[in-house]
Design a protein around this ligand. Sequence first.
Ligand SMILES: CC(C)(COP(=O)(O)OP(=O)(O)OC[C@H]1O[C@@H](n2cnc3c(N)ncnc32)[C@H](O)[C@@H]1OP(=O)(O)O)[C@@H](O)C(=O)NCCC(=O)NCCS
Length: 246
Amino acid sequence: MTTPRPRIRFATPADREALRLLEHEYFPAKSGVRHAGYLYDDENLAAIALTERLAAPMRAFTFVAEVEGEIVGFAVGVPSMMTSGDTDAQTMNLQYLAVQPEHRGQGIGAALVKKIITRSQKVVQNLIHAHIPVDQVGFYEGLGWKVEPMGHGLAWLPDGDHLRADAGDPAFGFPLMASKVLRSRGVLQSFPYPVVTGKPTLDASMEAARLVDAGKLDPSKFDEFTRDFVTMGRAEARSLAAKTTP
Ligand SMILES: CC(C)(COP(=O)(O)OP(=O)(O)OC[C@H]1O[C@@H](n2cnc3c(N)ncnc32)[C@H](O)[C@@H]1OP(=O)(O)O)[C@@H](O)C(=O)NCCC(=O)NCCS
């Protein structure tokens, strides 16, 4: 007997309950730990997120993999959130990806990621990133993503815009930062940075200052905000060094 091929399609509001259960199963909230909140608990928000003609223009893509009418996997891409709380229209965050265990190893996860990437490229996003567990490094690297070392985030400079940074989420079991450049022209430079304070922009700015001072990062194309970030990073690094020097 052959296993039926999964069908991959944009989600609809009728998928809400199935997605809500998958979301709670694979991405559990933890008491006492900040959580971004669930996408499908609120009926009205879910109705928007799961209606393609409303969600897609906001660059929010939910794809489901279906076998004989049952949802066996899903992937959600949403615009990345910046430290300021604004969304970053140029960057996609692969917020969720899961395939039910009995359907793994058949290419469903890879096909879901491909769908999200294709849609992201259509709306000219520069980069996609995800916070991932340690046991999925091979999956992402196999798809051509870059995974930063443990304890490191990724900083990148979009062409004509300010420094961006993000790191994994150890408190939820997704400690590693994985990313893939979707538009090489849109990303001038990128570099890993050590997580020191836990504030991505500050930590990335400290590393940017160190790299500029060491001649390893070219500041000639920095915009004025990035120049300010680097000044801030240099000052923060000095202040931290003063605190730790006896
Ligand atoms: C990660 C996950 C989505 C992969 O789904 P999948 O459908 O089994 O993946 P695929 O079959 O498309 O795998 C694609 C390739 O990656 C490989 N691969 C899959 N999982 C892997 C892993 N954990 N480590 C190394 N390689 C892996 C496959 O062998 C396959 O290789 P091939 O192309 O050489 O055959 C699935 O394991 C999962 O749902 N994990 C739990 C959910 C989770 O923790 N999600 C959080 C991430 S945001």
